[in-house]
Ligand binder design. Sequence first.
Ligand code: HEM
Length: 508
Amino acid sequence: MADLKFLLLYTLPILFLSTITRRFVIYFRDRKFIAANGCKPPRTIAPLWDPIFGIDFLVQCLKAAKDGRYIRFSGGRLIKYNYTYVIKRWAFDTIYTAEPENLKHMLATEFNNFKLATIRVNAMVPLFGRGIFTTNGPEWAHARAILRPSFTRQNMAPLLKMMERHFQMLLLQIPTDGSTLDLQKLFFCFTMDTATEFLMGRSTYTLDPSRRTEAERNFVDDYLTCCFEAVRKIVMGNWQMFSYNRNAGAARDRAWAYVDGFVAVADDYDDDDDDNDGAEYNFLEELSAQTTSRTLLRDQVLSVLLASRDTTASLLSSMFYELARHPHTYAKLRQEILSRIAGELPTEDELNNMPYLRWCINETLRLYPVVPGNTREAVCDTTIPLGGGKDGKSPLFVKRGTAVVYNLHALHRRPDIYGTEVDSYKPERWDGLRPGWGFLPFNGGPRICLGQQFGLTEASFVAARMVQSFEALEPRDDEPWAEFYSLVMCSKNGVKIAVTPAKSTVEN
Ligand code: HEM
């Protein structure tokens, strides 16, 4: 009884007072910071029916995601709210932006003031380990430093040879009798096969069942289970800490064990080794010269697999979705490619010197950014340069821990950067266009995509080989574009087309 009296008389009031004092201190500290940095209140605070948890906004997001239009929905809000707005909930604010200056500030100029979103890191680390894609600060810098040499020293010739072997398998899956195929499915298999061979020296052979073993089949299944689980956790946000998925845990253990097998023998690879599967280049072998930590090697391999496989497949799928619907563009692209490399395999130099091909790729990445939405979290009290004040031209205060969400759907459709008809697929708009921080398919600043050149070369190679192999494409799907958005964005309905084979093709 005496204890309760003590609690009521002293402890609770002290707790209450200290909370109030802390709030005051933070409030005045924030005011001082805001004044010193010239920050103004947000130009736009999006209205919420439920200002406590923002349930109404959450329901709208989930409904849009279910209908395959989440990115269009969230990008549309940014366009409506002048490219930067704030959602204020009881416990926290979130800032949304599609302003090039804000992005440059956050991703480059003030890089150290922002980190990857905690929700993403918490969702992915248990499944993919602590690789470049899931870490921040010195741990990320170390990962980037040991991975960079493998990308900068890359001689693409052996990789193009490897891609051609897998492309031959892809060709065998394409019916030439005018029947319908889903090209997206094939592209995702192709990039799984090339990425695994590039990274571990042994392909998963999803396009070549005659060479695929049980181990590869299981690895692909387990890897996909981990990807789905990561997305599920990201969608659950902070509630993910209460979720437990035994199947995903078991899939993770098997996938790690599979990669560990390659890590263990990385030092022993040589060109004549059967285990090396005839691979002309081995990433793990290169990487093992940078570090002896097997865990680190495995985590980096899984991170790069994640970063490379779905991204390139998504770009190729969206590109052929549009090319099948724009026969004139396809004919023009064919003309460029055949005029330079009619009956031969393309080299890296040739691929890098075909302007129309690059315009088609850029236009695809503009309309269908592979990673269309992303988030950074403030690691300290900081600012972004635009979005404050009545005209939105003043800096906006970003409190430590606040998430800043950026959306490429809105950024890539800004009429002030891209002119008219921003929703149409027009590769010609890239003639002389230099959008700078208004075009961010590979991100920017110190965390810019490490595999940009690899991804562009692989996409260009496959596009050129498709164009050499097929005279015309025909869309076989009347559905309007709907997004399937998991770790990357692709078409919910696949890319259903039919092909007309070319009269003459490449002699291998
Ligand atoms: C069309 C193809 C690709 C696109 C559009 C793309 C896009 C991106 C984007 C947007 C990021 C930043 C993600 C973030 O910070 O949240 C990123 C990071 C990364 N990408 Fe790519 N990527 C592509 C292909 C590749 C390929 C083929 C590889 C490897 C072979 C690769 C390796 C990486 C790595 C290692 C990172 C992490 C960089 C870091 O955090 O420092 N990417 N990529």
